[in-house]
Design a protein around this ligand. Sequence first.
Ligand SMILES: [Zn+2]
Length: 212
Amino acid sequence: MNVSTSTTVASARRPTCAGCLRARSACICRHATPVSSKVELLVLQHPLEVGNAKNSARLLHLCLPGSRLLVGEAFDAVELAAQLHADGRTPLLLYPETPGEAALGLAPPPPIDEAMLAQPDRLRLVLLDATWRKSRKMLYLNPLLQGLPRLALRALPPSAYRIRKAHAPDQLSSLEAAAYALSQLENRPAHYAPLFDAFNGFVEQQSERFRA
Ligand SMILES: [Zn+2]
């Protein structure tokens, strides 16, 4: 497991922003709006996403002061366990149950303990920041993740994500998925509205950049 570095986001020759790790000319920090959360967020980012300018996970991490972002594909089990259960929180994986998991040799996830959902300040939401295929691979390579109860999102509005083709029909950006999941777990959608504003600003900036 390695901590993310700036090397693939910004060329070594250009000055890099210490906040978002992008080239200063492409800095997205102005969109970051701090939003407190009861549920703590842990983002496990696939290494291929680190240099993806359209990736929203870094912005998400910047918006949620208590969140953690780790980069890796196959994580060291001891380290991952420590991250999942840090501060005695119970981890929940934001991931749909999909057909074909048994064929891959994946163990079925344990059910969610409903009593646990009543205590958001004891929960940790775990998000896999990767393409659909890579997220499956991360699940496959990390049995600890297979052993987590899964959270599925309830009905959602259509994604506002215009800048990257989704890899599954209803796939949201990482930031949107986390924002919806946190609102669902804490039952306070209005509190998380600033995350969507941050995301819209980010999408606008990326669209301008990639249109040019
Ligand atoms: Zn920045």
